[in-house]
Design a protein around this ligand. Structure first.
Ligand SMILES: NC(=O)c1ccc[n+]([C@@H]2O[C@H](COP(=O)([O-])OP(=O)(O)OC[C@H]3O[C@@H](n4cnc5c(N)ncnc54)[C@H](O)[C@@H]3O)[C@@H](O)[C@H]2O)c1
Length: 276
């Protein structure tokens, strides 16, 4: 038996984290596109990792349970990496809410029921959630604590209250941060930790879809005018994951760490500030 890493979303960010943290573990990677999971499992297995791939849909509780069941065949689940997600240029509002908001909440909940003592997880939100004005304290609490099966029925998530796919994405990512805080309390009872990373623009297929999508110029302007002056890489996100998931991070739980080259700072107090 081995310690097991459950990993959702076989993209570039997920792979960078899995490579950094998963050596010596059994890694079970699930992706809605099986071919993505298979391709990444092949790359990693050829580099000395021990990865099995499966089809998994983050928006389905049954499918999430399938990932967990598969992992439990190999040993104790000690790590979770959630890097599955869809972006505003890829899918409609309902799909963003179902995958990024509901699916993430269910995954954190279900893995929180089985995570081993000393276990640790990270999920990936986005700087996007930091751009939206503050919600009310009541709305934040609803996003944090509403039972997962009722989340998508919240008034603030109804189509009339969501302007467009970007707004849906921002709400989903804000919800991720709040769920991580609420779940950290539950995971803590098992001696486990869960944190969130909010990346800025990281070059991956998802971001390349954004560069080529309707908001392409907006994105290119964003990294040209942020203090970092460039987009980031998945390996830089893995640096943060390593801090959060290693023994150096044992006092960190329920946190969201922003890694965006300063784009959010520029958005509020620099050249990226929206002109009135
Ligand atoms: N790349 C960026 O600039 C950036 C910035 C901020 C946040 N993020 C977030 O990082 C996460 C990972 O994105 P990435 O940039 O590595 O993208 P990616 O496209 O490389 O990987 C995302 C993976 O998630 C999978 N996926 C999509 N829907 C799924 C579902 N329902 N169930 C299971 N898997 C599903 C995709 O098939 C893909 O393999 C996402 O949550 C994204 O919102 C990315």
């Amino acid at each position: 038996m081995k310690n097991v890493m459950l990993w959702a979303g076989a993209g570039q960010i997920g792979m960078a984290i899995a490579r950094r943290m998963g050596y010596g573990m059994k890694i079970v990677v699930g992706d809605k596109r099986l071919e993505n999971a298979q391709a990444i499992a092949k790359i990693m297995n050829e580099a000395g990792f021990d990865v099995v791939s499966m089809e998994m849909d983050l928006s389905s509780r049954e499918s999430i349970k399938g990932l967990i069941n598969e992992g439990q065949k190999y040993g104790d689940i000690t790590m979770l990496v959630n890097a599955a997600g869809v972006s505003p240029s890829q899918v409609p509002i309902e799909a963003i809410l179902k995958v990024d908001l509901y699916g993430t909440a269910v995954l954190l909940e279900e893995v929180g029921k089985v995570i081993a003592p000393g276990g640790v997880g990270v999920t990936i939100s986005s700087q996007s959630g930091w751009r939206m004005p503050a919600l009310t304290a009541e709305e934040d609490e609803l996003l944090a604590t509403t039972p997962t099966e009722k989340l998508l029925s919240l008034d603030i998530l109804q189509l009339g209250n969501i302007r467009d796919t970007l707004h849906a994405y921002q709400m989903a990512k804000r919800c991720n941060e709040k769920r991580v805080m609420a779940e950290a309390v539950k995971w803590g009872k098992r001696g486990a930790r869960i944190n969130d990373i909010a990346p800025g623009i990281i070059v991956t297929p998802l971001a390349i879809d954004e560069f080529n999508g309707p908001r392409g110029d907006f994105y290119k302007n964003m990294f040209a005018n942020c203090p970092g002056g460039r987009p980031g890489t998945a390996d830089e996100v893995a640096n943060v994951a390593e801090l959060l998931m290693s023994s150096k991070g044992t006092f960190i739980t329920g946190s969201t760490i922003l890694i965006d080259g300063g784009a959010t700072s520029s958005y509020y107090y620099g050249p990226l500030k929206p002109q009135a």
